[in-house]
Design a protein around this ligand. Structure first.
Ligand code: RIB
Length: 313
């Protein structure tokens, strides 16, 4: 049977302005380019999973959009990638979510999200998602939809036999019983430190084992800590693996974490060993950061395989 992945989460239209440098509070800067690019953490993960899997994996997405032109664009972008959008429903209560994004010449960004319709995916809607999870090997979640909806959906996914992957983004503290629903927790440095109630800092790769151990003690099953240009660190209690980053010229890091999670889920759903899955995820994210935008930056499966071969990894 074709492996299946389910994604529950946000869909946003990203308004992307490129700037020389990010504005300070109260400052106006002149940008030099503007594009509207399909985004939203959930939709990015679904789009990336479908492109990275090719026909080998079925991807289903559940979410909420408004009744407007952005909704049509976002659903069309997912459908074009091969995602089943049968559970992306429109609401009249709110407009489609949007994200305002500035990207500077070094590829750093600032993002503000107006969630809109994403907030209309309510806990009462969770029961209807059973068909989305049925037969799914992995179910991917993030935190741009209401937290109680995510909690209920993770519980349902587990009942249906799917392993849950939680991207705890945007960063926030989470109760232990929520983290315990995550089969695989995939924070970046900022998210990990906030979950652990520690002050913001750059995390040297040497400190990763301590962080992943602390996150597992909070209740997460397996942890993949995303360390940007230092790679990623995997910890399931029995095995610890550091995968260095692929060296690339960063154009825009938007959605790199989404592409990573999608690559990880695809490779694991195909039955690849964890080291290989982490390399596939890292390579997918590395290619994405060389391009502007969220879904516009997602590579195809063949491209990632060629990149890995060229890197000799
Ligand atoms: O993870 C990147 C995404 O965060 C963007 O596409 C934006 O929509 C925000 O949700």
């Amino acid at each position: 049977m074709t492996p299946c992945l389910a994604v529950v989460g946000s869909l946003n239209m990203d308004f992307v302005v490129t700037v020389d440098r990010l504005p300070a509070p109260g400052e106006t800067v002149l940008g030099w380019g503007f594009q509207m690019i399909p985004g939203g953490k959930g939709a990015n993960q679904a789009c990336a999973a479908a492109r990275l899997a090719g026909a080998a994996v079925t991807v289903r997405m559940a979410g909420r959009v408004g009744c407007d032109v952005f909704a049509d664009h976002l659903k069309a972008s997912l459908s074009a990638a091969g995602v089943d959008v049968g559970a992306v429903h429109a609401t009249r209560a709110q407009p489609t979510g949007v994200a305002l994004i500035w990207v500077d010449r070094a590829g750093q960004n600032s993002i503000v999200v107006a969630s809109g319709a994403n907030h209309e995916l309510r806990p009462a809607d969770v029961g209807a998602l059973r068909a989305v999870f049925r037969g799914a090997r992995f179910a991917l979640f993030q935190l741009e939809t209401p937290r109680e909806t995510v909690r209920g959906a993770m519980e349902l996914a587990r009942q249906e036999g799917a392993e849950t992957i939680l991207d705890p983004a945007p960063a926030q503290r989470l109760p232990a019983d929520f983290l315990a629903l995550a089969g695989i927790l995939t924070p970046n440095e900022t998210e990990a430190l906030i979950l652990l109630e520690r002050p913001p800092a750059r995390v040297p790769a040497a400190d990763a084992p301590g962080l992943t151990q602390a996150l597992r003690a909070l209740g997460a099953g397996r942890v993949v800590l995303k360390l940007g240009d230092q790679g990623c660190f995997y910890d399931d209690g029995a095995r610890r693996i550091h995968v260095p980053a692929f060296p690339v010229q960063v154009r825009d890091s938007t959605a790199a974490g989404d592409v990573f999670n999608a690559g990880l889920a695809v490779a694991l759903a195909e039955g690849r060993p964890i080291e290989e899955a982490l390399r596939f995820a890292s390579a997918s994210a590395a290619i994405s950061v060389t391009r502007l935008g969220a879904q516009a930056s997602v590579p195809g499966r063949g491209e990632v395989q060629a990149f890995i071969e060229a890197e000799g990894a």
